[in-house]
Ligand binder design. Structure first.
Ligand code: HEC
Length: 167
């Protein structure tokens, strides 16, 4: 009884709703929507997931690292994009494989301009000024040296460790 009821119940709304349960697109619609997107086994999946809300070609202008694409797709999931974890991985594979960007070059804290410190490290103007004044006498050798710099919140450095260097 329970088993047959489950079979006829539409899939529950939730993070694990597979893309196949979404608004169906005809093959002609999928073809039209995937124009200009590189072929690949998961192109149709990407189109089906993303076209629920906007043209999947929105990705075409972007070039991101795998991490960057994971961030975009995770953001889309919070906006309501539905896919299983496995589909999430396939979508990220497709995007990271076809719209690949270089990892951003790390920023040297000893030479970074105040604009870089503000935009990349998210320091406030007065925080970046505090660091620039400090480093003229005491440049950093490791990121942890920033822990003892007055007026510079170390958590901002710590959060962006992968993009920052001292040399
Ligand atoms: C539930 C609706 C929805 C789905 C499904 C969806 N998106 Fe979006 N997407 C949005 C909205 C809304 C925006 C604008 C958000 C903003 O500007 O903050 C957006 C913006 C974007 C942007 C512009 C950059 C950005 O971060 O704002 C990209 C790239 C993008 N989407 C890619 C995708 C990809 C790839 C998929 C499929 C995996 C997808 N979207 C699926 C709603 C959706």
């Amino acid at each position: 009884m329970l088993a047959s009821a489950q079979q006829t119940t539409p899939p529950a709304q939730g993070d694990q709703t597979p893309a196949s349960a979404l608004r169906t697109l005809t093959p002609a619609e999928v073809a039209a929507l995937s124009q200009g997107m590189p072929e690949g086994p998961d192109r149709e999946l990407v189109v089906r997931v993303c076209a629920q809300c906007h043209e999947p070609q929105r990705v075409a202008a972007l070039r991101l690292t795998r991490e960057g694409w994971e961030g975009v797709v995770a953001k889309m999931a919070t906006l309501g994009a539905r896919m299983t974890d496995q589909e999430f991985a396939r979508v990220v594979d497709y995007l990271a494989g076809n719209y690949k960007g270089e990892a951003p070059k790390p920023i040297n804290l000893n030479t970074a301009t105040s604009v870089e410190l503000e935009s990349v490290v998210a320091l406030l103007r007065k925080e970046s000024a505090a660091w620039i004044a400090y480093r003229t006498k005491t440049p950093c050798k490791t990121l942890d040296d920033l822990k003892k710099v007055p007026g510079v919140p170390f958590n901002k450095i710590d959060e962006r460790r992968d993009r920052l260097v001292c040399f």
